[in-house]
Design a binder for this molecule. Structure first.
Ligand code: FBP
Length: 331
């Protein structure tokens, strides 16, 4: 009994861990991650009872992407906006659910960051109690920025922090500030995120691939060739199993822990190559930074995601992300 109890005593909470990273990590970045953690706790609690509160299903709205918005998309978006309403240190908010960037009222002297986020990833899973997530990234804003957000439209290497929350059997918060990937689990008894693993290394090679195979006929032949290889005979580099949960975060997390690859290829249209479905600024670039920080990779199929310079905040890109060997094969 004594051994069992003492084994559970060391508990490194998120705030304690962030404080231990100072001064090599900017305190404002720590404050931002703590605010995100509060938003994630609120969303996690709400998801657990949303069905009982009649909050599943469509809100009747259509977002800037032309997608039908779930009630929980809107709710989660409001929680993120509320968490950063007062500015300091976030002065610009870019969300999947809002057409234009939202600038916070009070511009404090040391406001210097923009937060881009997907408040509820995998929202088609809300009605079926499937995996869901939130994705975020932080970028610096130059002084005297105002409403012109050109300074946030740099390559993914400009991200100074990125991460996601995974709402599964456990709620997890996984993030990087450019110094490895750390994962925390929500300890509901005390309402704190507790360190689970730090400096996670993604296996160089996996055994699974995640893709909506139903679109294969519309893909670039290279993407189909990849699928043929992964599903081909084991002795020819194949023998992979398909695992697809319908939430980018859930599929990415599997790659992070067990290796493998997630892909959402572009579709070849009469007008040439389409851009795929997923958004660069608040889905693909943040998870590609995490992949690289864990020894994996993120590619568009033609090159490194983090080198891409977006032209708009809601830009879509094809993505191949996960273990280094599979992403290299995809390219
Ligand atoms: P949102 O739910 O945030 O719009 O994200 C897009 C997404 O749901 C990803 O999470 C997921 O990987 C993909 O779309 C699923 O797309 P499809 O239904 O075409 O397989």
């Amino acid at each position: 009994m004594a051994a069992e109890v003492s084994a559970r005593v060391p508990m490194i909470t998120l705030d304690r861990y962030l404080r231990s990273m100072r001064p090599r990590m900017d305190a404002r970045l720590g404050a931002t991650l703590e605010r995100i953690a509060v938003a994630v706790k609120r969303i996690s609690n709400e998801l657990a009872v949303a069905a009982l509160r009649g909050e599943l299903g469509l809100s009747g709205e259509v977002n800037v992407q032309g997608e039908k918005v779930m009630k929980l998309d809107t709710w989660s978006n409001d929680v993120f906006l509320d968490s950063f309403a007062g500015g300091n240190p976030i002065c610009t908010l870019i969300s999947e659910e809002i057409e234009e960037p939202r600038h916070t009222e009070a511009l404090h002297a040391h406001d210097a960051y923009a937060l881009m986020f997907d408040p509820l990833d995998g929202s088609s899973n809300t009605g079926v109690n499937g995996s869901l997530g939130s994705i975020f990234a932080v970028r610096r804003r130059k002084r005297g920025h105002g409403d012109d957000i050109a300074d946030t439209l740099g390559p993914g290497t400009d991200q100074i922090a990125a991460g996601y929350a995974l709402y599964g059997p456990a709620t997890m918060l996984v993030w990087t500030v450019g110094d490895g990937v750390n994962a925390f689990v929500l300890e509901r008894e005390i309402g704190e995120f507790v360190l689970w693993r730090e400096r996670i290394q993604m296996p160089a090679r996996g055994k699974t691939y995640a893709v909506n195979q139903a679109n294969a006929a519309k893909w670039h032949p290279g993407a189909r060739a990849l699928l043929d290889r992964l599903t081909g005979p084991k002795d020819k580099g194949g023998g992979y199993s398909l695992r697809y949960c319908g939430a980018f975060v859930g599929d990415f997390h599997r790659c992070l822990i067990d290796g493998g690859i997630f892909l959402y290829p572009g579709e070849v249209t009469s007008g040439g190559q389409s851009k795929g479905k997923l958004r660069l600024m608040y889905e693909v670039a943040p998870l590609s930074l995490l992949a690289e920080q864990a020894g994996g990779a993120g590619s568009t199929g033609r090159g490194r995601v983090l080198d891409l310079v977006p032209s708009t905040i809601h830009e879509r890109v094809p993505v191949y992300v996960g273990s280094a060997e599979e992403v290299a094969l995809a390219e």
